[in-house]
Structures are given as C-alpha cells and as structure tokens.
Design a protein around this ligand. Structure first.
Ligand code: GDD
Ligand code: MN
Length: 392
C-alpha cells in the first residue's frame, strides 16, 4: 500500500477485498517456528562460524537467530548487521548502558513470536548439533523444556578449568537443594522450551546474573517437565570468558531472591553485603587515624565515614549495579550523588534513632532502628537516582 493512500481509498480497498484489513496484512512470509537466542559480548569471530553451523544443521526447520549484544567493543553487532542484510533470519538486538547474560537472554526470548525458543552461547562451547533433537522432543513429547546437560551420564564439562569445575559442581548442588529440583545441570546456559514457558514466567523473572535457566525454573507458576540430553562442553572457539568472581556472588543472591519468593531482592542483598564490608573499612580507617596518625575523634570519624562511602560506592558500582555500571564522568557524578544521598540517610538515621530513644529509652532498639531506616533509604534512593533504576 502506498504511503499516500487516503483513508477512504484504504477502506474502499478493504471493502473490495471482502474482508477487513486482515487480507491486506497477509504476510509475505510467516514467522519462524524456532527462535535461537544468542547472548553476545565481544564474540565477533564466533558468531559467523555459529551461524554457518546453524545453516547446515537446521535445513528442514523454519528458524531465526536473535543475537542480543551488549555494546560489544569488537564490532560483533556491526558484523551481525551485515549478515542480517543478507538473510532476514539473522537479527541483532543491541543494548546500551546495560549488561548481563540473563537479562540479554530474556530480551531475546521476549522478542520472539516462534512456538519454540532455544538459548545457546555464542562462543561454540555448547554443542549445537543437539538443536534438531531438542526441537523434535518438544514437538513429539509433553515436555516443557529440553536442557543440555554436562552432568548427565555421558555428558562432560571438558571445556571448564578444574577450578571452574568445582565451582560449577557446587553451584549445581546448591541449586538442586534450594530449588528442590532434580535436574542434573540447572546452571546450563543451553536449552530449548515451548514459548508458553517463557510467557508464563516472564513477569516474575529477575534477570540477575548469568543463570537464566534457574530463573526460568523458579519463576514458572507450576513445576516444569524437563528432558535432559547429555553433551560435552567444549573449549571456546575464540575470545575469552566474561564470567568472574562477582558472578558467584550474583548467583548466590539470585538463589536467595528466588527461595524467598522475591521478598529479598538480589540487589538489596548485594547492597547489604557491600554495606557490611563498608563497616569494616570504616572501623579500620577510624582506628588507623586515631592510633597511627593521631587525628582527633570527630575528624577521624568524618574521614572514616567518607572512606566507607567511597568504598561502598565503587563496590556497588562493580557488583550490585554491574548491569547498570557507571563509567567515566558518569561514575564521578554517581559518586557525588551517592555520597549526598548517604549523607541524607545518615541525618535521617540519627533523627529516627533520637525519637525512638526518646520514646523507649532502649539504646539498642533505637540505634538499630535508625540504622535500618537509613540503610533502606540509601538503598531506595541510590537505586533510583545514582543508578537510575525506577523499578524493583
Ligand atoms: N549480551 C551479553 N551480555 N552477553 C553476555 C554477557 C553480557 O553481559 N556476558 C556473557 N555473555 C555471552 C558471551 O558472549 C557468550 O556468548 C555467553 O554469554 C556465555 O558467556 P561466557 O563468558 O562464554 O560464559 P562461560 O563460558 O564462562 O559460562 C558458561 O557456563 C555456564 C555454566 O556454568 C555459559 O555457558 C553459561 O551460559 C553457563 O550458564
Ligand atoms: Mn563460554
């Protein structure tokens, strides 16, 4: 239909065709039956080979691949855009100012209209040859979800270093215990599901960290039926892993959030943990200034408070809010906003404690009450104003 067609002309055309706009909207090509979601962060040299393998493997399948890229510096998104120009099955969602493997997967999953959705890493560590079997199982059986497992009979975690292997095993053990799940590899990042599974869990997903499968399993309104397939976790094709030590803390916070039914948001737990380390920094600096430098108490206490605030800010920026991490000048502005808000929190803390003490004469209750109100205020306000998150 031309851009200049008048409303009357469109109506006339509809009448002529006998049915409403539906007939005009007949698609040139129906949507795909399978969407393969691939999170990417600096995987430029891996995505091409992965797509080549998909072409060869999925000959009889109507598929698309949705890459979700977090502003990779190596030109991953540009490369994908070029590939997408030659083939509409290759799409790339580009995200800026945000990071995170799980949240990237969620965005790719929710962009899909396909009946079946798979998630796979972009570095060829997952064995993509399982994809046709996964699809076949979902089509023929009642299963909600097919998971590729490194820990099922003939599977293997060969691509992991021995330290990573111990961590991975512990993570699996903890998740199975806490989520009462009997899946052998609940931290797998390679699986395929019916789209309803994602739809029903969508509103409750937390998107924290890297373990999207755990998030899905714990957010589903009912127990999901899962089929597992063994596979051998390969070495990386190119580039390096994006996971680090903080990933472990994020993982623990995600489990706590899920086990508490969402009442303990992972970001709040991480903020609290950072605050506890800040307390130690505060006391160490205070002691040093008092004893080693010989500063007066008020001066020492003020400096220790500022030191703890700076410590808390940078740790929150790299751990709690790593998905919204501030860099460059924004990081400096963030520090100013964080210290201002926490200063305000301290004043409120003292005022609340003073009133509680006047009412009850109980120092512990009054002191802890003031500190709790101050901490909650710091969390809520810095989340909104320092890191710019307006929800949860
Ligand atoms: N968009 C986006 N944003 N993608 C990311 C991010 C991110 O912040 N971090 C990592 N990725 C992408 C990587 O580019 C890669 O395609 C995939 O997610 C997996 O990241 P790796 O850094 O390669 O993870 P790994 O190999 O150490 O961890 C694997 O093992 C886990 C099981 O223990 C992954 O397979 C995980 O998915 C898996 O859960
Ligand atoms: Mn990897």
């Amino acid at each position: 239909m031309s851009a200049s067609a008048s409303p009357a002309a469109i109506l006339g055309q509809e009448r002529e065709l006998g049915s409403p706009a539906a007939s005009l909207r007949r698609p040139s090509t129906a949507g795909p039956e399978l969407t393969i979601v691939v999170p990417t962060l600096n995987e430029r040299d891996n995505v091409g080979p992965l797509i080549d393998r998909l072409y060869r493997l999925l000959l009889g399948v109507d598929w698309e691949a949705v890459f979700v890229d977090d502003d990779s510096a190596d030109g991953t998104a540009e490369h994908l855009r070029d590939l997408g120009r030659g083939d509409r099955r290759i799409r790339c969602i580009r995200r800026f100012g945000r990071r995170g493997l799980s949240s990237a997967c969620i965005e790719g999953i929710l962009s899909s209209s396909a009946r079946y959705i798979a998630v796979i890493d972009g570095d060829l560590q997952h064995d993509e040859t399982l994809l046709p079997r996964m699809l076949d199982i979902l089509k023929r059986e009642q299963t909600d979800l097919v998971v590729a497992s490194r820990y099922l009979a003939s599977g293997a975690a060969g691509g992991l270093s021995s330290r990573r292997r111990v961590l991975s095993r512990s993570g699996v053990w903890l998740a199975r215990l806490l989520l009462k799940s009997d899946i052998t590899d609940p931290v797998s990042g390679f699986f395929m599901m019916r789209s309803e599974v994602a739809d029903k869990a969508a509103a409750r997903l937390s998107g924290v960290g890297t373990k999207i499968l755990i998030d899905l399993l714990a957010s589903a309104p009912r127990r999901l039926s899962v089929t597992e397939l063994p596979y051998r976790f390969r070495g990386r094709y190119s580039g390096s892993s994006k996971l680090d030590w903080f990933t472990i803390l994020e993982y623990l916070a995600l489990l706590a959030e899920k086990v508490s039914g969402g009442y303990l948001p992972s970001k709040f737990l991480l903020f609290g943990a950072v605050g506890a380390t800040g307390m130690v920094v505060h006391l160490v600096v205070l002691r040093l200034l008092l004893v080693a430098v010989g500063t007066g108490f008020v001066g020492a206490q003020s400096t220790a408070t500022a030191a703890a605030m700076i410590w808390n800010y940078f740790l929150n920026n790299t751990l709690t809010y790593r998905d919204y991490r501030l860099v460059g000048w924004a990081a400096l502005r963030g520090l100013v906003s964080f210290m201002t808000i926490c200063g305000l929190g301290a004043v409120i803390n003292v005022l609340v404690a003073r009133d509680l003490y006047a009412m009850t004469q109980m120092w512990l209750f009054a002191g802890a009450g003031g500190a709790a109100v101050g901490a909650l205020l710091n969390y809520a306000l810095t989340s909104m104003f320092t890191w710019g998150r307006r929800s949860s």
